[in-house]
Design a protein around this ligand. Sequence first.
Ligand code: UDP
Length: 329
Amino acid sequence: MSILVLGGAGYIGSHTVDRLVENGADVMVVDNLSTGHEAAISLKAAFYQGDVRDKAFMNRVFEKEQITGVIHFAAFSVVPESMTKPLKYFNNNTVGMITLLEVMQAHDVKQIVFSSTASTYGTPEKIPVAETDLQKPINPYGASKLMMEEIMHWADVAYGIKFIALRYFNVAGAKLDGSIGEDHGPETHLIPIIMQVAQGKRAKLQIFGDDYQTPDGTNVRDYVHVVDLADAHIKAVQYLADGNQSDAFNLGSSTGFSNQEILTAAREVTGQPIKAVIGPRRPGDPDTLVASSNKARQVLGWLPNYDDVHEIIQSAWNWTQKHPDGFEA
Ligand code: UDP
């Protein structure tokens, strides 16, 4: 197995590279380091710094390496930013996918595992969300990823490029030894922001809205451990290598936790008071997002190991304590 990981210096990408290497795969990473960290990339992977949209660069990588499959993480993923900078998202995410598929087609590489998102469903019609439910994004990030899924579908019809779209719910946590973890600048995600408050780097958490249609009024999300998520990518790569057809799978823990519940769990795990205030709603947030991930369990044989948010937060806290300044330290 010789896998090219696009966006392998990012949060989920670097954990997947790490698990691929641990599973004995040959791994190549392409990343433009716009948000990723070179220090996050396993030393056992070959690293090419460049942009997925740079076709000449991508052709050089595909000519040099014997690539059997691609995992594509190289996309922007911040919902609120996408609301104010939609074209940035359509350019990097959607245009990047077109270039990638053109280069794959030219080099006869016919398998891609894609980092998709629950945001493609928009405000779900029902909870838990199943793969067959209506995809109707309510923010440009989700729209850019749905377009990428559709582009892959038509590339499969025309060229036989098989794809697996993995629709993540909320990804959190870090490798258990604390050697890699989540490090975004600026940080926008709930759990790492809570970790910054626990660490004393940020004065308080602002909970975005407490008047949603949920039991305690704060948004409910489905958290999946980043190492479990990384393992799902390896299962998906294997599934395509076994000759299976293109498909899409939700990846979540199937359990919802409200923002308030995450805060309470983080106070328990860290032993810190973690000051929090209620602020206004953030545009683009649906009330509740919880996955049915039965299909991934049944078809891919995916078995998440960490479905307790305390364990997820504990691993994030471990990473935070070992790397108080992230990868820059
Ligand atoms: N959230 C919050 N305060 C923050 C960051 C996030 O209340 O400082 C909320 C956000 O509104 C959402 C949940 O936490 O309800 C998860 O948001 P995050 O940005 O972590 O992930 P997303 O669901 O956007 O992928």
